[in-house]
Every structure is written in C-alpha cells, then in structure tokens.
Design a protein around this ligand. Structure first.
Ligand code: ADP
Ligand code: ZN
Length: 708
C-alpha cells in the first residue's frame, strides 16, 4: 500500500479504472483490515476486483477458490494482461507445467493463485500450502461462487463443504466469500459452513442499471422481429431458446440471413460446444443461440443483448440469463418474447414432473414470469420486488416506463366474449370462442352448429389477436377460469357472471402491435463509430495473435473512449479510463497509430476533450445528474459543471435540454446577444435570481459552440 497515495491510485495503477463501483471500496478496506467478509453482488457487479486489489496490496499470496475451469482461465488471462502475477492450478495442466508454476509461487512471483476446490483439499496440496505459508505467506483466501457450499443454493457442490478445513489449517488468515445468489438461507449457510468470524456482509442492489428491459409479443413474425433486432444492434448477443430443436433452427435461419451465429446445447459433443463457445468469446461470431446449458461459467463482459426467444422457467432464471448482458457496465438490452403458446409448452413440461410439490413450485415460478411479461408496471420494479428490493417509480429504461400501455375500458367486449363462452356451454378453449365471435367458417364450427349461435360473428370488429389479448387479461385478472386438465377449457366464475349482469366493468392494458421499427438508416455513421469499428478490428487482430478473447485486451468502453477522445500521445492514452501503464506499453503505439491515421484521413480537427471530461460525458449520457456524477467520481459539483460547459463548447453530445429548460435557454441567449459573452456577472445580474451561474455558463457554452 505504501507506494500508493490512495486506493484509487492503486486501482488506476493495476486496472486502469478511475473510480470504484458502489461497495467495492468498503469491501476492499475491510479485506485490508484482515476481516472476514461475505459479498453478495449481482453478476457483473465487479466482485473479482474486491479480492484482486487487496491481493496486490498485501505481502504474500492470495488463494482464490473457484469452481469453474473456464472462468479461472479467463480471470488469469485478464490479470496477466494487466501485468499482474496470477496463475492457476487445475486438472488441465501436465506435471511439468504444474511444477514450474509451483516454483514461481514459492519464489514470490505470484500474487493470486486460482485453484479448484477439490485440489485444495488433497493432502499433497496441503503440504504445498504449508510451504507457501512458510516461505511467502498466505495473505487471504477468497472463495468465489460461495453459494456452492449450500444445499439451498442452485449449484450445490459437496467439495465446497470441506473448505472449512482451510479455516482450521490457517485460522488467522482472513476469508472473503463472494456470490451472486441472494437468498437469506444461502447467506446463513455460507457463514456457518465456512465458519466466517463476524463477517462484514455486503449486499449490493440487484438493480442492473445499464440493462434496458423489454417484452415483445411473440407471434408469427417472431423470427423477423428477432432478425431485425439483431440487425439494428451492434456487438455480441445471446439468444436463449427452450429446446435443442429450436436452437438449431434459429441458428440456421440466422446464418442463412447473413448473421454470424452458432448453436449451443447439450446435444452437441463437448468438443463442438467448446469450439462454438470459444468462437463466441473471441468475436469470431456475433450471436450464440443456446439453451440454458449455455452461460454457467461464461464471463464475456461485452455481451450487448440477451434475447429470450422462449419463455424462461422462473424469474430468477430470467434475471441470471438476461444478466449475462452488459457485465462491463455499458448499455445492454434484454428482450423477452412472450406468447401464451409458450406458456402451454412449459406447462406441459411441468405436467411431466412426478412430484406434486415440485409441480406446484414450478407453476408458481412460471406465473411470476408471466406476471413480469404481462405486467404494466416498470419491469425493473417487478424484478427487484422479486428479490425483496423496493424500487420506486419510473426507471426510464424499460418499455413500460418509456411507453406506458394505455388502460382501456373493454367491458362490452368482455360481455360479448363471456356470453359466447356461455353459449358454447363452457366446453371450449379461447381459440374456439374467438373463431365463433369472428364468424369463422371452420369445419369445427359447423360441426357443433356454432354458426347458429347468437354470438356468431358479433366480434368481427376486432382482430383475433385483440380477442386473445382480452382473453389473456380476463384470465390473469381472474375474471374467467380455465380447466386444469391441459385443454384449457374456459369456465365462467362468479366474476364472469357479474360482468355479464353489468355489475362489474373490465379494464385492460392494451398493447398496440409493435410497429416495425425502421431499419437503421444507412446515413453516414458518426466518425467516432467508424473509428470504433477500426479499433475493434485492431483489437481482434491482436487478440487472435495472442489467442485470447478481444475483451481481455481492452473493454468496449475503453475503445469507445479512444474513438471519442482520439489520444495521439502515450500520456493521453494512459489517462483514459480502463487503461493502465502496462497496457499502454503493450498496445499504446498500435492503437495510437491507427487513431492518427484515421484523424489524418478524415481531416479531423483537434482540440478534443480530456479523458476526465469524457468520463463525465459518459456518465452524463447514462442519465446521471451533475451532482450524481460528482458523487460517483468523488469530485466537486463545480468541476463537473465546468466539464459539461467545456464539453458543450467542444460540440460534444451533452443534452442541454436536460440541464436547462427551453424557456431559460432562450432568455439567456437573448441576454448574451445583448450584453456579450465575456463576463458572467452582468449576465447574471440582468437575468435575476431565478437563473443560476451554472445555467448561464452551460447556455453560454452552447452559444459559443455555435459561433465557431
Ligand atoms: P462479477 O464477478 O461480479 O460478475 P466481474 O468482477 O467479472 O463481475 O466484473 C465485471 C466487469 O466490470 C469486468 O469487466 C470488470 O473489469 C469491470 N469492473 C469491475 N470493477 C470496475 C470499476 N471499478 N470500474 C470499471 N469497471 C470495473
Ligand atoms: Zn421501468
């Protein structure tokens, strides 16, 4: 620690980041105070840093227990690429390789050692640990995926239970347990099983603020919708399907339509699966179409979208699966395609379970997914409520918040529908009832004589989909019942009769059919985007040469910053967030020369914003206010406001309308035109109390940018 003035300085030095994410700093401080801790953070929250940074600041070796070989490899690659001494020991290594790593460890060249739990517990390894303790010291033990210790978690591993022998062997060594699973029961289990001493418990919010949530109606156009969404999206994505068959089918169609996609499911050989996975990690392909078998142990931080082509089985599954998007904190998207037909498919699967209690639980879980899909509340609110968190109001980043569905009075339609159910003698499902209402000429209708019913053809004014929407809503509001025998025959209940007797009105949230989104315009892409693409290509070349995934070289966010700031010296390059000295030495020259070349070609002007200004801009674009940015960055509000003013002057995309109302802007501009822009004070005096210096400065920045 001595060589750094602050934890932030150490963070920048080793990882290149400018600031800690919420919770990280406290956890790290506790670790440095040698206290036990339990950290619960959603996937992508930044757990690894919480044990990695302390490991680098203490003398001795930190042992990291991790159950997944692929993840181990990934983390070690990423650390090494930051110039940090890290290694792993697991069953994939041959004897020589393992021995040379052990020597490096005993020579003190390694700060972080990743091991699988089973290895940690074999006797020979125990002796090795004693030798490490004697020679270089063991500074801490970090236990990743700590929920594996609990039978109540979703991934119990018996070998985790035996980790308490570590505590017995090294009673003075602090233990840090980390997991993304949140139930109270599992938390207690972890503390007890691992014998943690008065641990500091940190539970982060489960809100994934960078993920945009959306639900779309799944109908015949589903594939076209999917394709169009993938085409308008940039970067990598995962499409989750329920069955192997639909995985194969969708992957094939996408390939046919020119999308680089590969399938992933349990029916493929281990080898093929691992090839497809690696190609996805390395950006050889853009899209992986997968069953839920894909994801455990996938640590690709730059997944930009996760689509659920089929319904997930529970909201917890949905959360974990959609949570594989945007682990790097950059904007990402989750779309769930929802249809009642899917519900039937899963219902059928649940039917197959022999255990009645299991069936009941599965049904309930499915219900929660449907509530999410059909809900008209903020999606984030629904998800977080599921995890016991309260989230208030409008998140601005889900379809329901962005375009709230109108509530309409459909009492008359409900009366038509229910009376048709009654005339069909409560012996048919919704589809048949709708056919009758819409006056279908299907054989089945004639056969039952239903073309003679008084309700035949009285519903031609609405489409079949609209009637289905009504049926669904009636069911979910409990205004009609259905049989439980798998045929879903509609039955009238007490509420239905009240509606028919005009004692009750019916309101439903009406979703309008998605308008086909305009295909992304092929107007000239902004310069930053073109440069971003070039830098991505360069990153891919370097990554391929080193046989690592591209995100190990630089995160998307760092490339974006490079493209916006266009640093042309090594110093300014090293200043960007996410880039440390080591990476600058390794890659700085190549990236800078690509940037120079581009700038020259495009005849772009300098000056450009500094790295710090760009960080402010990024946070501003994520919707944070100046005060929030200041808090996040540990800077004064005034500094942030100055950044914003200067950014505006440099013509950077600052949303002035969010900062100053249109009326005020107009008044300030008029005053500037009258009095000139040199001095703020006379402007302020002329405008009066209601106008703050900040507002005037911001608008003046804009005015100046227009004069150039
Ligand atoms: P988790 O293990 O909680 O799922 P990771 O530790 O893999 O999450 O972190 C997710 C991503 O966030 C990684 O790409 C990591 O480099 C990045 N990250 C972590 N901490 C920070 C930070 N303070 N600033 C910026 N990025 C960070
Ligand atoms: Zn919302």
């Amino acid at each position: 620690m001595a060589q750094f003035t602050s934890l932030e300085a150490a963070l920048k030095h080793f990882f290149g980041y400018d600031s800690f994410r919420s919770g990280q700093k406290q956890i790290i401080e506790h670790a440095l105070n040698k206290r036990d801790s339990l950290t619960i953070m959603p996937t992508g929250g930044g757990k690894s840093l919480c044990f990695q940074l302390p490991a680098l600041l203490r003398s001795g070796l930190t042992i990291v227990v991790s159950p997944l070989i692929a993840l181990m490899q990934d983390q070690v690659d990423a650390l090494k690429d930051n110039g940090i001494g890290a290694t792993f020991l697991n069953s994939t290594l041959n004897i020589e390789e393992a021995r040379s790593r052990q020597i490096a460890i005993l020579q003190g060249k390694i700060k972080l050692l990743y091991v699988a739990p089973e290895r940690l517990l074999n006797p020979g390894f125990g002796e090795f640990l004693e030798r490490i303790a004697g020679k270089v010291g063991i500074s801490a033990i970090a236990i990743d995926e700590a929920h594996c210790v609990s039978e109540w978690g979703h991934d119990f591993r018996p070998e985790y239970r035996r980790l308490q022998t570590l505590r017995q062997r090294f009673p003075q060594t602090p233990i840090q347990a980390l997991t993304a699973t949140a139930t109270k029961r599992v938390q207690q289990d972890i503390i007890q099983q691992l014998n943690l001493h008065q641990p500091q418990i940190h539970i982060a919010s489960f809100n994934r603020t960078n993920i945009h949530y959306e639900v779309k109606t799944k109908d015949r156009t589903i594939y076209r919708q999917l394709l169009q969404n993938i085409r308008t999206e940039s970067g990598s994505g995962i499409v989750y399907c329920l069955s192997r068959r639909s995985v194969e089918e969708v992957a094939l169609k996408l390939q046919h339509d020119g999308i680089e996609a590969l399938p992933y499911h349990a029916g493929l050989s281990d080898k093929q699966r691992s090839i497809n996975q690696t190609r996805f990690l390395r950006d050889d392909i853009r899209v992986i179409v997968a069953t839920i078998a894909f994801g455990m142990g996938i640590n690709k931080p730059d997944v930009r979208f996760v689509y659920h082509y089929d319904l997930p089985r529970s909201l917890e599954n949905f959360y974990q699966e959609s949570g594989r998007a945007g682990r790097d904190g950059e904007p990402a998207k989750s779309i769930l395609f929802f249809s009642l037909g899917d519900l039937k498919k899963i219902d059928f699967l649940i039917e197959q379970k022999s255990n009645e209690a299991e069936q009941r639980i599965s049904r309930q879980q499915l219900r929660q997914v449907v509530d999410y899909a059909e809900g008209t509340d903020c999606r984030r609110t629904i998800i977080l409520r599921y995890f016991g968190e309260r989230y208030r109001g409008n998140c601005g980043k889900c379809d329901n918040c962005l375009n709230p569905k109108p509530i309409e009075d459909w009492t008359i339609e409900a009366q038509k529908f229910l009376s048709c159910v009654a005339r069909c003698r409560e012996k048919f499902g919704a589809m048949h009832v709708i056919d009758v209402l819409r006056g279908s000429r299907k054989q089945k209708i004639q056969q039952y004589g239903h073309h003679l019913l008084s309700t035949y053809g009285i519903g031609k004014d609405k489409t079949a989909d609209q009637w289905k929407m009504l049926a669904r809503s009636l069911l979910h509001q409990g205004l009609v019942a259905e049989s439980n025998d798998g045929y879903r025959i509609l039955k009238l209940n007490k509420a239905s009769w009240e509606i028919l007797r005009k004692q009750r009105s019916v309101e439903i949230a009406v979703s309008k059919p998605d308008k086909q989104r305009a295909v992304a315009s092929n107007s000239r892409k902004a310069e930053a985007e073109i440069l971003f693409d070039r830098l991505r290509m360069l990153r891919k070349q370097i990554a391929d040469r080193q046989s690592v995934p591209p995100y190990v070289i630089f995160a998307d966010s760092s490339l974006k910053l490079m493209a916006q700031v266009r640093p042309t010296t090594l110093d300014s390059f090293a200043n960007l967030s996410g880039i440390n000295q080591y990476k600058t030495q390794q890659y700085g020259e190549s990236f800078i020369s690509t940037i120079r070349e581009f700038t020259a070609q495009q005849k772009l002007p300098t000056p450009l914003p500094s790295g710090s200004q760009m960080t402010t801009l990024q946070l501003h674009q994520q919707g944070l206010s100046a005060a929030e940015i200041a808090k996040e960055r540990g800077m004064a509000v005034g500094t942030i406001n100055t950044h914003l003013c200067e950014l505006i002057e440099m013509n950077q995309p600052v949303a002035l309308n969010k900062l100053v109302t249109a009326n005020k802007q107009q008044a300030i501009i008029q005053t500037i035109e009258k009095l000139g822009d040199n001095l703020l004070k006379p402007l302020k005096e002329h405008l009066g109390e209601e106008y703050s210096y900040e507002e005037i400065r911001l608008v003046r920045g804009w005015w100046r940018s227009q004069q150039k």
